[in-house]
Design a protein around this ligand. Structure first.
Ligand code: GDP
Ligand code: ZN
Length: 461
């Protein structure tokens, strides 16, 4: 399959210190040679692969110097797309970068669609679909930990596991065929059933394990939806501010939806908090009083984490108790704020209302206790063993949905085998499991799905 040459600015838009224009395809070196004049007057066509060259971009039409640049030349197939790739590093300045991009298109390149570089890597067999999706996750990763998950997936950890499970299914199916083909042995029927049940149970357990990581994986990817709730004046805004100040706020530009959404994240010890904009307000001022316990329960339920703030220097009010009622059964941390003032609150009563949830005392004006809160958030999320960084997390919602489907199919197979359903019916369920798992790594995936997936990427990736 011969593809054309594509080009894009592959660094974030805006005023970066450097910007990269990237080309991939059969003509990329030829096009670069038309625009680039190296200091030693060398032609890129003639230089070794995987080398960098200093020089200038010159507009061939006017002989004008456009940019001082470093050009990297990488011949396929040892490149990300497996094609010839040129990367032109320039100093940035949006105008000149754009002009450079336009020059590449004047001389034969086409502006890449979003995700097209990664799509090529996939089409050219360099990476599988779950790895391609990991590239997208990597671009969006909100914390180091989320980045590690994406990196792990890109390195093919998930793919490897899925391939292994598919192989197991194939072997089981093969073995069943053999047993069916040699019915002269006694108790073949029984044997076949036994093998099927054992293997299927193993596969089911593995899928289950993967699905168990999905909650964490999803949060790492999408952020822990967090709401700060409490009566007026207890210190919700102050809490929000101190969380944002102590931890780098991450503002991301998330492509892929119909519109670009700007969301704000706070990185708390590796846990990305997504500060929820509940009904237009981040901190939920007297929400319970305004819309009642039942309705606010519904609103609050959207959150993964609730930070319930109380006033240390005030007695517990009816409203405080209503907030406890509205958050019953949800994950939350109680923050008793203003410990620098004389105590009026009954902490025993607070602990009683909080049940097994953490109660933390803070003085936000004196900057006391915020570290304890962060500790609590992180341990709530990374409860125990999950912290191991070499875990295979499933974080992508497409993967989660496919794994759930595979889980149902394999359960059907097990149930069938146990109930003495004819072997060929059970085989169908096993085959279906194999197919569904294949969709995760992009085998047996529809072309329309592939196009849709890749169009969600950022431009230039
Ligand atoms: P909100 O209405 O819940 O958002 O509360 P704010 O964060 O706006 O705080 C209300 C008032 O309490 C402000 O004047 C804050 O400066 C003050 N405040 C916040 N935290 C503390 C604290 O720990 N100690 C004291 N003494 N005042 C605080
Ligand atoms: Zn406020």
């Amino acid at each position: 399959m011969e593809l054309d040459t594509i080009a894009a600015i592959s660094t974030p838009m805006g005023e970066g210190a450097i910007a990269i224009v990237r080309m991939s395809g059969p003509d990329s070196i030829k096009i670069a040679d038309k625009l680039f004049k190296s200091i030693g007057n060398k032609k890129l066509m003639e230089v070794a692969s995987h080398t960098i060259h200093y020089g200038h971009i010159i507009d061939p039409a006017t002989d004008e110097v456009v940019e001082e640049v470093m050009v990297s030349l990488m011949r396929g197939p040892k490149t990300f797309t497996k094609e010839d790739v040129i990367e032109i590093n320039c100093h940035g300045g949006l105008a000149s970068v754009n002009r450079l991009l336009q020059l590449t298109t004047s001389y034969g390149a086409r502006i890449a669609e979003p995700g097209e570089f990664t799509k090529r890597a996939f089409l050219n067999g360099r990476i599988d679909l779950s790895q391609a999706e990991a590239v997208m996750d990597l671009i969006r990763a909100k914390t180091d930990r989320a980045m590690n998950v994406a990196l792990g997936q890109m390195e093919g950890r998930l793919s490897k596991l899925i391939r292994h499970l598919r192989q197991e299914i194939l072997e089981t199916l093969a073995q069943v065929e053999v047993n069916i083909d040699y019915p002269e042995y006694d108790d073949v029927e029984e044997m076949t059933q036994k093998v099927m049940i054992e293997k299927s149970a193993y596969i089911k357990t593995e899928i289950e394990k993967l699905l168990q990581t999905s909650q964490q994986g999803k949060i790492l990817r999408e952020g822990l939806a967090t709401v700060i709730v409490g009566r007026p004046n207890v210190g919700k805004s102050s809490l929000l501010n101190s969380l944002v100040q102590e931890n780098k706020a991450i503002v991301t530009d998330i492509p892929g939806t119909t519109r670009d959404v700007i969301e704000e994240y706070v990185n708390v010890r590796g846990v990305p908090l997504r500060l929820l904009d509940t009904a237009g307000i981040r901190e939920t001022e007297d929400i319970v009083e305004r819309i009642g316990v039942e309705k606010s329960r519904k609103v609050l339920r959207e959150a993964d984490l609730i930070l319930l703030v109380l006033n240390y220097a005030d007695e517990l009010t009816e409203e405080d108790k209503n907030i406890f009622k509205a958050t019953e059964g949800m994950d939350y941390i109680v923050i008793v704020n203003k410990t620098d003032l004389p105590q009026k609150i009954d902490l025993e009563k607070v602990r009683e209302l909080a049940g097994n949830r953490k109660v933390i005392t803070t003085s936000l004006v004196e900057e006391n206790g915020v570290d304890l809160l962060e500790e609590a958030i992180s341990s709530l999320f990374f409860a125990g063993s999950i912290e191991a960084s070499d875990m295979t997390y499933v974080s992508n919602s497409r993967h989660i949905s496919l794994l759930s489907q595979a889980m149902r199919a394999i359960s059907d197979a097990i149930e069938g085998a146990e109930n003495g359903t004819p072997i060929d019916i059970v085989q169908i369920d096993l085959t279906r499991t194999w197919e569904i798992l294949g969709e995760i790594i992009g085998e047996s995936v529809h072309e329309s799905l592939i196009n849709q997936l890749f169009s969600q990427f950022c431009l230039g990736k």
